[in-house]
Design a protein around this ligand. Structure first.
Ligand SMILES: NC(=O)c1ccc[n+]([C@@H]2O[C@H](COP(=O)([O-])OP(=O)(O)OC[C@H]3O[C@@H](n4cnc5c(N)ncnc54)[C@H](OP(=O)(O)O)[C@@H]3O)[C@@H](O)[C@H]2O)c1
Length: 271
């Protein structure tokens, strides 16, 4: 089975190297293309390099790792080169199968990895268009296992799903950045020390909850004893943060809806 990756940016580069490192895909079965070909210099050691149409023409599973604004151009370029039975995988959650089908008739899937794939701990979302066979699903999911767990969702839940696994590292990082910056104003400890203490505790808290099957409430109850110091802090979070969290999801889901509508118009205008 030949695997192609078009777009060698954050996601394309990560996928290409993870597939190679998994050990069961040799250089002869891995292909890559990028708008700026000079960036593929290192990738030459693990994959065959070609232009977009060249990669599409050999791939059984073809990953389109470009931003939504570039997707219609790339698809326009490759649509006549895609192998008849290939599975075309878009990494963009906002561009619908309906939009994509205005330009290509291939079997389609969407895959949303998380940055945590870098350490093999992605919660990778997949969704399939009608017409994708079980064998295609098995082949794709077997491939994606090298970056972590795979979760299949219906297309209409890919938006919120993406917020929860793909955007979440960014949300978590920004929330704890705010907390660490605030802590700095109340201590003589260095920012570096604060960040290390918070990061290690954050990571251990997540592992503790997963390993011991604890809920958020369990953790809060264990740490914030009634009338104690932690309770003063958790009260502030429960009183003040829900409004910010609601606004965060309102804004991101609205932006996702606009991106999807824009893509639908773009893809319609090409049909
Ligand atoms: N970043 C994430 O955490 C994440 C997570 C899940 C899903 N996604 C989705 O994954 C997709 C890619 O995101 P990204 O973060 O990897 O973007 P990125 O870092 O900007 O990479 C995009 C790549 O696409 C290449 N490209 C653009 N137009 C092209 C064309 N016509 N032909 C060939 N290559 C072309 C760019 O080439 P140049 O080198 O010339 O710029 C660049 O290397 C997006 O749809 C995004 O929504 C991202």
């Amino acid at each position: 089975m030949k695997i192609g990756v078009i777009g060698y940016g954050s996601m394309g580069k990560m996928l290409l190297w993870k597939f190679s490192e998994a050990g069961n895909i040799g250089k002869e079965d891995l292909f890559a293309a990028n708008r700026t070909p000079e960036k593929l210099e290192q990738a030459k050691t693990i994959a065959g390099i070609a232009d977009n149409a060249g990669v599409a023409s050999v791939s059984d599973i073809l990953f389109l790792c470009v931003r939504p604004a570039d997707l219609k151009n790339v698809i326009g370029e490759i649509k006549d080169s895609i192998k008849p039975d290939a599975l075309v995988v878009s990494l963009n959650g906002s561009v619908t199968f309906e939009s994509l089908h205005k330009v290509i008739s291939a079997k389609l899937a969407k895959v949303i990895p998380s940055l945590t794939a870098e350490i093999g701990r992605s919660q990778t979302l997949v969704c399939y268009d009608a017409g994708v066979h079980d064998e295609d699903k098995q082949a794709l999911e077997a491939l994606l296992k090298c970056i972590g767990d795979v979760i299949e969702l219906p297309e209409n839940e890919m938006g919120m799903g993406s917020e929860l696994v793909s955007c979440m590292p960014g949300f978590i990082a920004s929330i704890f950045d705010v907390i660490c910056t605030s802590a700095q104003g109340h201590t003589s400890l260095s920012k570096e020390q604060i960040v290390k203490m918070v990061l290690s505790t954050m990571s251990a808290t997540g592992d503790l909850m997963l390993l011991k099957d604890m809920t958020f409430e369990d953790v809060v109850t264990r740490v914030a004893t009634k009338g104690g110091i932690t309770e003063e802090g958790t009260k502030v979070v429960y009183e003040g943060f829900p409004e910010t969290a609601d606004l965060l999801f309102e804004k991101t889901l609205e932006k996702r809806k606009l991106t999807s509508e824009k893509a639908n118009i773009d893809f319609s205008s090409r049909a």
